[in-house]
Design a protein around this ligand. Structure first.
Ligand code: C2E
Ligand code: CA
Ligand code: CA
Ligand code: CA
Length: 278
């Protein structure tokens, strides 16, 4: 038993070391992603359930490293946050996404919103509000077309500081969505203090709506959101059954493979044209 214990310890140690090395390698290669042009954005449509119209798109980062190949944001965002590389990367995402939506507008594809994921590390920056307003000015996009997606992780940081920044951005007309709702720490009383416009129900609740328990959870979340005067978006919608449920429960917007996978930038205009053509 002693030996097994020791063996387990060694294996655990090796796994830790491997994990650490992998993080170091990713961090090293993340440092030059912007200057090396290794980042791109895919855009996933969000559709208004009642009208069937495209409301806009969520910008999702993609990284192709010539050395590491495609690296999923699920593997590198946390490392980018811990190393603060998320600050320039997040600004790049915001600027690129705003510029893209503005380009669509200039091409006559007007009225689409853009949702951009914002890390709590960015929200903590003193000049975050100025940075966002600067990007809007520079790209010529009106604030009402921009929505920022934040997560419940803000509740473990300086809540008040962040709330004040979000309020200032809301006053400019920018939307704020609480992403992955239901998976984190927020209590309802905190939720009420947040200047948000939208709740995005996490995919895990949508996945399970064939079970009565999950269905009632998803329904409760929608009721809470609507009672608070918020719009509700469901993410990760994959099946017609899920869509039918969300229609019955008056969900406002949907996003998921059932509508479309995230689309490379140069294919978005074509996707919109195809959808309009039916
Ligand atoms: P998220 O914000 O919850 O984004 C939704 C994720 O679900 C995306 O994964 C999207 O491709 C995926 N998805 C959408 N519809 C479906 C569906 O119907 N089925 C399934 N199975 N998946 C679906 P992705 O692109 O790999 O991004 C993962 C996470 O990485 C995002 O989760 C977000 O937390 C983070 N992320 C992505 N881009 C950025 C960014 O620019 N900045 C920051 N801070 N985080 C980002
Ligand atoms: Ca998101
Ligand atoms: Ca989400
Ligand atoms: Ca999610």
């Amino acid at each position: 038993a002693k030996e097994a214990g020791k063996g387990t310890y060694v294996m655990y140690g090796q796994a830790m070391q491997q994990h650490f090395d992998e993080r170091m390698i990713i961090e090293k290669h993340l440092r030059n992603v912007i200057s090396n042009n290794e980042l791109s954005l895919h855009y996933q449509p969000l559709v208004d359930i009642a009208s069937g119209e495209i409301w806009g798109f969520e910008a999702l980062i993609r990284w192709y490293s010539p050395v590491l190949g495609f690296v999923s944001p699920l593997s590198f965002i946390k490392i980018a946050e811990d190393s603060r590389l998320i600050v320039p990367i997040g600004e790049w995402v915001l600027r690129s996404a705003c510029r893209f939506i503005k380009t669509l507008q200039v091409q006559g594809l007007e009225g689409y919103h853009i949702s951009v994921n914002i890390s709590v590390v960015q929200l903590m920056l003193d000049n975050f509000t100025e940075m966002v307003m600067g990007v809007l000015q520079e790209t010529g996009l009106s604030p009402e077309f921009l929505e920022l997606e934040i997560t419940e992780s803000i509740f473990i940081e300086s809540f008040e500081v962040i709330v004040n920044k979000l309020k200032a951005l809301r006053q400019q007309g920018i939307g704020v969505a609480l992403d992955d709702f239901g998976t984190g720490y927020s209590s309802l009383s905190y939720l009420q203090q947040l200047p948000i416009t939208t709740l995005k129900i996490d995919k895990s609740f949508i996945d399970g709506i064939d079970s009565p328990h999950n269905m009632s959870l998803a329904r409760s979340i929608m009721t809470i959101g609507h009672d608070m005067g918020l719009k509700v978006t469901a993410e990760g919608v994959e099946t017609p059954e899920q869509l039918a449920f969300l229609q019955r429960t008056s969900c406002d917007k949907i996003q998921g493979y059932y509508i479309s996978r995230p689309i490379p930038e140069n294919e978005v205009a074509g996707w919109v044209a195809d959808r309009k053509a039916g």
